[in-house]
Design a protein around this ligand. Sequence first.
Ligand SMILES: C[S@@+](CC[C@H](N)C(=O)[O-])C[C@H]1O[C@@H](n2cnc3c(N)ncnc32)[C@H](O)[C@@H]1O
Length: 252
Amino acid sequence: MADPQPSDKADFGFQSVPRREKAGRVRAVFDSVAPKYDLMNDLMSGGLHRLWKIFTLHRTGLQPGQMALDVAGGTGDLAAGLAARVGPDGLVLMTDINGAMLEQGRRRLLDRGIFGNVVMAQANAENLPFAANQFHCITIGFGLRNVTNKSAALASMMRTLKPGGRLLILEFSKPALNFLKPVYDFYSFKILPALGEIVASDAQSYQYLAESIRMHPDQEAMLTLMSEAGLEDNHYYNLSGGIVALHVGYKY
Ligand SMILES: C[S@@+](CC[C@H](N)C(=O)[O-])C[C@H]1O[C@@H](n2cnc3c(N)ncnc32)[C@H](O)[C@@H]1O
């Protein structure tokens, strides 16, 4: 299954936009939400995003001294956890396409005393500016949904993983419990944008968030995309009833 969009169009939430415009629109969303991003994450998820990230970090298999890459790192939650795992002799590269998000991340990591083993770079997940076979582990948390060409991003991460390395994709997914759907829809399309308006004066970006979650490939479709990128032993864990899924795959 290739990226499920015709070549000249991409989904931006429920809208179909010219493919070349999507990255700019996504950038505008994150420029707007960057200052309130962490507060909104806690409010929207009731703090659950912290547990989803801890679960992800437990599955990295990283050892002290190794090299890890966090793609679409935003404000640096996963990068901070990776840095603790690889220790002072290891290295974490944290990338994001958006300078405002990276700047928030840089400040937060410094405030937490994390420096020395984390390096930041502004980069598009579709075209990572790193040599092949570099990283023991790559994480991408709530980032892949926003990428225009998901297959290109998976290929780029696959290329930069070391043989034996592990890719972890944490992303919103399809809730497994159908009876929760009306509640989840009400929350996503009514409460979330209202919360975005009150806290960040920005209902539109949170409307995009809800829509982009619905447009993202579900658990099984993600497995197919991963296999097509050449990843192996692909599997996933449903978290919070499948509202979020962690996909794991290996490069051999
Ligand atoms: C919802 S935030 C997630 C941030 C962080 N990983 C976390 O889990 O809190 C999504 C991030 O993806 C970044 N992003 C969107 N498109 C991207 C792309 N094509 N390449 C790299 N990063 C991208 C955004 O700038 C934003 O910081």
